[in-house]
Write a protein that binds this ligand. Structure first.
Ligand code: ZN
Ligand code: ZN
Ligand code: ZN
Length: 720
């Protein structure tokens, strides 16, 4: 169902917050995905005939425990008292247990449990809250939990396992926990030694962990929470929400040096019960080794998490497909999904165009795949980085799974322009000439699809690195994009990345490449600058040679690398411990500054593609550093300058609509500075909300682009 509400921003926000609180009794929201659109000028209230026929059943995402079920499991008089698999038509597992359509019990993994007579009565009674609740269960007939030690020997059964697991956590143990869509690893978030041990065993150096707390009251002890953030935390989707820490009460190792904390609330009865027994925050991270998919099966977990987990809290309800926790943040009072998985996948995104089945296979990092079905696109749950054989197998399984589930064979496969991505290779195996859509164009197309934009827009597509149509490495792109094609309006001034791939993890290499472009060889006499300090003389010789000869030093126009370079010059970070770390740290420095001033830059060229030259900006940054200006001020001015660049490009483009996408726009400060500036000057601005701005959205952009481009599709297409 679609609701369009128009009014002042505060009123629309209030409506959204009241919608769940004041809905009529017995009505159910299984999911709410707010999307802010342009004003349409409504003046009255109307209910319209549905223009769309639903050709197929919608598969719902997994839904967090509803208040009614929560009340039952906490009521000693109820037959489901402390039963961890309690659910009803308003909540419980869906996508993670369905094997095929139609969504009936025999087609879910719950088919192995025969309903008892009491459950059957509820299931068959149209007046009951559990009428046709497919995963219905109770202590008499449903699944049960057990606690195993590290070797799989039984430690406790049923309710006893919760108390025993809570004790183990309190003692500092790492608990493998079979959740809704896969395993999680839990550890006491107050215990620095235990959290460090988890980091070591999982080979996860500094990437922040998410925290699960019992309820919103506990969350408030750790973080500042705005009303829209509270709504998101308590929503049926129940994602991890990135919040600003208010004080450091947790172990330092949870999110070292990071001003934000990812927080989620219990989303299943099992989580609620365990948290009732422990009463302290725990780290909740995916149950896998880094770069591998999440474990789903308890016996597989015993093997794959061997050496990490001290105990296993497991159950016998099989998980059909892994669905990771979603991650979201609120920017400019709107939700932005950073990882679309549990609670959201596989809800479709309307395409506003009838399309034969197309498969978009995404990019390389944060992979998702997309399948078009009629006039909608289903975007898969987050699959992950295709960096290991296991991850690639999971990707292939996800492609098969979507096709099986929705009973479609794609007519065409769409991939990234980069020929060496595993996803692109897979596309070539499927189809001899798959359509390839340029990476940065796909970022913009995804946001256009989400907002039903079909006119030509200025797309600001900023991320780490993607292959450009001229076979160089792009990433700071200003593109004119329409669904049927695009052209390059402007790009950042290119610079070399000494060491190629290794520059992605080492911001200091981007910094030296940037200085070399600006100052030539003389930059090597600037040894006092931070990027040079951590290299040995021998390393610097190699880098010098690489830059001089161009060997293993590709050029790039990447904005992500420009962020890296500035973070390195400011002495913030020379080597990343996880993807995007330097840029995130630069963002948090900028957050400390309220400066309105910006650095100069110039635009070269007489016709597109123009070059946006950061030279004057970097010279001024070097001056500011020389004068010992605070790093927060420099970071603030840098962000302001980027907002100015976007504004200048928007004026240059003669377009009235600007779309901002790519991983750089996960940056709150950048959006907060850019969007109001553009609006002030009369531009309409769009940025991703339901679909991640990072590479998790690429597959959707690929399908949206292909739907308008494949010649054989154009005849059969209607609308547009
Ligand atoms: Zn319920
Ligand atoms: Zn029962
Ligand atoms: Zn990207």
């Amino acid at each position: 169902m679609f609701l369009e509400v128009e009014g002042l921003e505060e009123r629309v926000e209030a409506f959204l917050l009241r919608l769940e609180r004041e809905k009529p009794p017995l009505s159910v929201f299984t999911s709410i995905e707010p999307l802010f659109l342009d004003p349409a000028g409504y003046s009255s209230f109307r209910i319209l005939e549905s223009g769309m026929t639903q050709p197929r059943a919608v598969i719902l995402p997994d839904i967090a425990t509803c208040p009614d079920c929560l009340e039952e499991i906490l009521d000693p008089g109820n037959r489901r008292y402390r039963y961890p698999f309690t659910n009803c038509t308003a909540c419980g597992p869906r996508y993670s247990i369905i094997e095929k359509l139609p969504y009936d019990r025999p087609n879910t993994t719950m088919r192995i449990f025969e309903m008892c007579s009491e459950c059957r009565q509820e299931y068959e009674n149209p007046g009951d809250r559990r009428f046709h609740a497919q995963p219905i269960a109770c202590p008499a007939c449903g699944p049960h939990i057990v606690l195993w030690n590290h070797a799989g020997d039984l430690l406790a059964e049923k309710d006893q396992s919760l108390k025993a697991a809570a004790r183990l956590l309190e003692e500092g143990a790492i608990l493998a926990f079979k959740g809704l869509g896969g395993f999680q690893l839990l550890v006491d978030a107050r215990d620095n030694a235990a959290v460090s041990r988890l980091r070591q065993l999982k080979h996860r150096e500094e990437k922040p962990f998410a925290i699960m707390v019992q309820d919103i009251k506990e969350a408030r002890k750790l973080c500042v929470i705005a009303p829209m953030e509270e709504r998101l935390l308590k929503s049926p989707e129940s994602p991890i929400v990135l919040l600003r820490k208010n004080k450091e009460i947790l172990a330092y190792q949870v999110a070292p040096g990071c001003p934000d904390l990812g927080v989620l609330l219990p989303c299943t009865p099992l989580h609620h019960l365990l948290f009732g027994d422990i009463g302290f925050p725990v780290v909740a991270t995916s149950g896998n080794r880094t770069d591998e998919p999440i474990c789903m099966d308890e016996y597989e977990a015993l093997d794959r998490l061997k050496g990490i987990a001290d105990a296993f809290l497991v159950h016998n309800r099989p998980i059909r497909r892994y669905v990771d926790d979603s991650v979201a943040r609120v920017i400019l009072k709107r939700e932005m999904l950073l990882r679309r998985a549990r609670g959201y996948a596989p809800l479709p995104i309307p395409l506003h165009k009838d399309t034969p089945p197309l498969l978009g296979v995404g990019a390389h990092l944060k992979n998702t795949v997309a399948l078009s079905l009629g006039n909608e696109v289903v975007l898969s749950q987050h699959i992950g980085d295709l960096e290991s054989v296991e991850a690639f197998n999971a990707f292939k399984a996800a492609v098969e799974d979507l096709q099986e589930l929705f009973q479609v064979r794609p007519a065409e496969v769409v991939c990234d322009l980069h020929p060496d991505y595993l996803s692109s290779r897979f596309a070539r195996e499927r189809s001899p000439h798959p359509l390839a859509i340029q990476h940065h164009e796909a970022h913009i197309l995804a946001c256009m699809a989400e907002n039903a934009l079909a006119q030509e827009v200025l797309g600001i597509s900023w991320d780490g690195i993607g292959l450009g149509s001229d076979r160089t490495l792009w990433g700071g792109e200003f593109l004119l994009v329409e669904p049927a094609g695009s052209s390059r309006l402007a790009h950042l001034r290119p610079f070399l990345l000494p060491g190629g791939e290794s520059a992605v993890k080492e911001p200091r290499r981007s910094a030296i490449g940037l200085l070399y472009e600006l100052l030539g060889e003389s930059c090597f006499f600037q040894e006092h600058l931070a990027p040079f300090e951590t290299f040995s003389d021998q390393d610097l010789k190699v880098i010098y040679q690489a830059l001089k000869t161009g060997l293993n030093s590709p050029g790039t126009t990447s904005m992500g690398r420009l962020f890296d370079a500035v973070a390195s010059l400011c002495g913030i970070r020379q080597v990343d411990r996880y993807e995007g770390q330097a840029a995130m740290e630069l963002e948090s420095f900028a957050a400390q500054s309220s400066t309105e001033s910006s650095y100069d830059f110039v635009i070269h060229g007489v016709k597109p593609p123009y070059t946006i030259d950061w030279g004057p900006m970097v010279r001024s940054i070097l001056d500011d550093l020389g004068q010992m200006q605070p790093v927060g001020e420099i970071a603030g001015k840098f962000h302001n300058s980027l907002a100015e660049m976007i504004l200048r490009a928007a004026v240059l483009s003669h377009k009235d609509t600007v779309v901002l996408s790519g991983g750089c726009f996960q940056n709150r400060i950048l959006l907060e500075k850019t969007v109001p500036r553009l609006k002030q000057e009369g531009f309409r601005v769009y940025w991703p909300q339901r679909v991640p701005p990072n590479d998790g959205g690429i597959a959707l952009g690929q399908v949206y682009g292909a739907a308008h481009r494949l010649p054989q599709l154009k005849d059969s297409a209607t609308g547009g």
